[in-house]
Design a protein around this ligand. Structure first.
Ligand code: SAH
Length: 356
């Protein structure tokens, strides 16, 4: 089995090289992998050809391959990416006027059983390695000529999986993405989203290099949250909010709370008032998203007026934004593309893949 280079930090690379290599080689490879977004090991022209060949005998570059791409009329591109063991994960590029956001996965499937989420229906297959997490960013950036400089590029770890149940690999990947000698993104430009794994929130807060933190709240009472997000039976909302209060924010940072609006379930004005009350004492902002519906999801999307009313109430006390649903025509909800490609009995077919 060829050992992948993507995902290695400087220490790993130095250890992978033979002792006869000069000390600066590890740094050269590191730069080529992450700053240079290398697409082919043998094409890394800063290295002597002999070394490239030697590396290629033992290592693969380790980028995922593109299994399928779907392009939405709104410009969103969904990638179904194939990993070395044949499993697939999703990454999504959402281009906007002033920024590009790549949404990446942290696990194949997910063990957290949220009732409105398509990925939950798959269960957990396995966690991703640091290389597979970074590899999604490198692949999508390369395919779309996105550069890390210039402050346009944002990464959100909000695809398949629960990132805080794969924290060591998420942290290692984040370090590489944020390292000025690595992918060199600003720490403001990576966000990790959690369903609320409380011990790991504290652990993340102790990391010197870490992404911004978003919490998927999705309910306004303990009971409602237990119903929608069974993980709350283990990690109570009250304790989650206490962990948020104790979370060490950097001077420029706010916590983000995400809230999926489900028609007639958690989207009333009373819910909005409760959300405001729950979060008012935190340095936070709220992102609302109307449900992206999908097969097997027993909820409906609220009307825009309902979303607007909810937002207006939360806005009385906190910054509150409505996230535009993206790529509805290409099955944009979490996990939809993969679920659809695995089942023969989905509803309408998504549009034909751009590449196959
Ligand atoms: N497990 C992590 C990250 C993956 S889910 C978490 O829970 O945060 C990323 C976000 O997508 C979460 O805020 C989740 O609530 C939201 N989400 C999941 N399914 C959705 C759907 N069908 N429509 C809209 N948002 C959804």
């Amino acid at each position: 089995m060829f050992q992948p280079l993507v995902g290695m930090d400087l220490t790993d690379l130095a250890a992978a090289l033979s002792p006869s290599q000069p000390g600066y080689r590890a740094r050269q490879i590191y730069q080529a992998l992450y700053q240079g977004q290398a697409g082919d090991l043998v094409a890394i022209s800063t290295l002597p050809l002999g070394l490239r060949q030697e590396l290629a005998e033992r290592h693969a570059l380790g980028l995922p391959t593109v299994d399928r791409v779907f392009e939405s009329t709104d410009g969103t591109r969904r990638y179904l990416l194939r990993l070395a063991d044949g499993r697939t994960v999703e990454a999504v590029l959402m281009p906007e006027e002033h920024r590009d956001t790549i949404c990446i996965s942290s696990q194949v499937g997910c063990p957290v059983d949220c009732k409105f989420c398509m990925t939950a229906l798959m269960g957990l297959e396995r966690s991703l390695t640091a290389g597979e997490i970074v590899g999604q960013v490198l692949l999508v950036a390369r395919q779309n000529q996105l550069r890390q400089e210039g402050g346009r590029l944002n990464i959100v770890i909000m695809g398949q999986g629960e990132p805080l149940l794969n924290l060591p690999n998420v942290v290692k990947a984040t370090r590489i993405l944020l390292d000025p000698a690595g992918f060199a993104l600003s720490p403001r430009r990576i966000t990790v989203s959690t369903a609320g794994i409380i011990p790991q929130i504290a652990e993340l807060g102790r990391e010197p290099v870490r992404p911004r933190l978003a919490i998927s709240l999705n309910a306004s009472t303990e009971e409602q949250r237990q119903e929608l997000m069974p993980i709350t039976r283990k990690y109570h909302m009250k304790d989650l909010l206490a962990a948020c209060k104790a979370y060490p924010l950097r001077p420029w940072e706010k916590l983000t709370f995400e809230y999926v609006l489900l028609n007639g379930v958690n989207d009333s004005d009373a819910d909005a008032r409760r959300v405001l009350k729950l979060l008012a004492h935190l340095n936070a902002k709220v992102n609302l998203i109307a449900l992206n519906p999908g097969p097997g999801i027993p909820y409906a999307t609220p009307l825009p007026e309902r979303v607007a009313s909810f937002q207006a109430i939360v806005r009385r006390g906190l910054p509150c934004f409505v996230r535009k649903p993206r790529g509805l025509d290409i099955y944009a909800a979490c996990g939809q593309l993969k679920s659809h490609s695995q089942s023969a009995t989905g509803p309408a077919s998504p549009p034909s893949p751009e590449h196959s």
